[in-house]
Ligand binder design. Structure first.
Ligand code: HAX
Length: 426
């Protein structure tokens, strides 16, 4: 990873110079205020974090290093990883080096497969995935070097070696989870002649004569690569990073947040919602029957998965990218047809309730239905796809945070006494 390390040396030096200069002149300037509603409202809208890998605009969606995500869908996922890390897409030489590094690091250790095989059969795939990553923590080069004593300015270089190993091996861990939980445990090895995303598709063992499934997975990996620094898993990642825990700890911890139903589990939930609806409504799937099912769901106090977003205020452009794929490759898929019908009626229903800030479909509304269409029907596995993609953004954020030596995170909390003394009774 010689070229990458050299490039990052410049990127990180420039970041540090910029931060130093900005803080020297503007360090005391205010970026945000926080009111009590925000304290009790998940800190929505308050600014308190720095993340340069990507940004999410409420009305335009995700931008990776300034480029709209839908303009990047024809690139390989590993090119996107490079972009997240360095701010530019790799040239041929840089891509070749990255692919060589990935190939050299993609092998799954036998002890990880054995660990996964020991788990109870009813373990959730996300539990298996996170444990597989955590089991590899003993390999951390950063951790070993830290114990030996290294200068702070070199932390990121050893973290980078861990990041490349973890990025490379993640599809192998994820595919092992699938093969062990659902396919009797026979693993398919990584093929160094294929790219990273195609490898993931192949190691799952889904029949794919014309490459459509592999292309869908590559699109999926690009679309989910990153989403700023404040979403629940990225924030978890950066809090763990800030303690100087290595990337095995921080990535595995971040994925415990991703496993929640309001975050990464939503793709599983959306598909289960569709399958349940099919069971309840039967073959009579019309906008009226869907509408009634959605109303009943809300009346039962449940959310309609796949709709709404904490930041976006439009249909997620990543939803649109998947829809374009569906229209091109599987327009008649019953699952895709169902998603189309849902998106025609649910936003108005949510709007009519008057409290949903953004009723539009998010990316999880459609991703699972396409994977289901191609024959991977075990919905409890779907969040693992999200994890394999998001590992790119998390690792890029971790390396840059090490490079700028982010201090340990420690915001202040307040109690009722503070609120009474400083606000209520003031
Ligand atoms: N169905 C029903 N009610 C919804 C809703 C939905 N899809 N989306 C929001 N609401 C409700 C909220 O539950 C909240 O109700 P209460 O005041 O009773 O608590 C109210 O509308 C206001 O919420 P909001 O401001 O619109 O949304 P939040 O920022 O609080 O939450 C969520 C954003 C994504 C968590 C929310 O829209 C939701 O629960 N959606 C369904 C689950 C989902 O699709 N999650 C995946 C999101 C994408 C993602 O991050 N993936 O990782």
């Amino acid at each position: 990873m010689e070229l990458l390390t050299k490039k990052l040396e410049n990127v990180i030096a420039t970041m540090n110079q910029n931060i130093k200069a900005i803080l020297a002149e503007h360090g005391e300037k205010q970026v945000s205020t926080v009111n009590l509603s925000q304290v009790f409202g998940g800190l929505r809208g308050s600014i308190g974090l720095f993340c340069d890998t990507s940004s999410v605009k409420a009305d335009e969606g995700l931008f990776v290093r300034g480029q709209a995500i839908n303009d990047l869908v024809h690139h390989l996922p590993e090119e996107i990883f490079y972009l997240l890390l360095t701010g530019t897409l790799p040239n041929n030489e840089e891509l070749t080096e990255l692919r060589d590094d990935i190939n050299a690091n993609a092998h799954l250790p036998d002890y990880v497969a054995q660990t996964l095989k020991c788990l109870p059969a009813n373990s959730h795939p996300m539990t298996m995935f996170n444990l597989g990553i955590l089991a590899m923590q003993n390999e951390s080069i950063f951790n070993k070097k830290y114990a030996e004593g290294i200068p702070k300015t070199d932390y990121w270089k050893y973290a980078l070696q861990d990041a490349i190993r973890l990025m490379a091996v993640t599809p192998s861990i994820a595919a092992a989870v699938y093969r062990i939980k659902f396919c009797g445990g026979e693993l398919i090895p990584y093929d160094t002649n294929l790219d990273w995303g195609t490898n993931y598709a192949r190691m799952l063992g889904i029949p794919d004569a014309n490459n459509d499934f592999a292309n869908l997975i590559k699109l999926y990996l690009v679309l989910h690569c990153d989403h700023e620094g404040g979403n629940a898993s990225a924030y978890t990642n950066s809090v763990i990073d800030s303690t100087l825990s290595d990337v095995y700890y921080s990535t595995s911890g971040a994925f415990n947040a991703l496993a929640g139903p309001l975050h990464g589990l939503a793709n599983q939930e959306t598909l289960n919602f569709i399958l349940e609806m099919q069971k309840t409504v039967g073959d009579n799937i019309t906008e009226e029957t869907i509408s009634k099912y959605a109303q009943d769901t809300l009346a039962a106090g449940r959310v309609i998965p796949g709709f709404g977003h904490a930041v976006l205020r439009v249909t997620d452009p990543r939803f649109n990218a998947f829809e374009t794929f569906a229209k091109e490759h599987c327009p008649d898929s019953p699952m895709y047809q169902m998603v189309s019908k849902l998106t025609a009626v649910v936003p108005n229903i949510l709007l009519s309730k008057g409290k949903v800030t953004s009723p539009w479909p998010n990316v999880d509304c459609i991703s699972g239905s396409l994977i289901y269409h191609y024959g991977l029907t075990q919905t409890s596995y779907y969040t693992v796809f999200f994890g394999v993609s998001r590992v790119m953004g998390l690792l890029a954020q971790s390396i840059l945070n090490r490079g700028i030596r982010n201090p340990i995170t420690r915001p202040k909390s307040i109690d009722f006494k503070w609120i009474n003394d400083n606000i209520v009774n003031k």
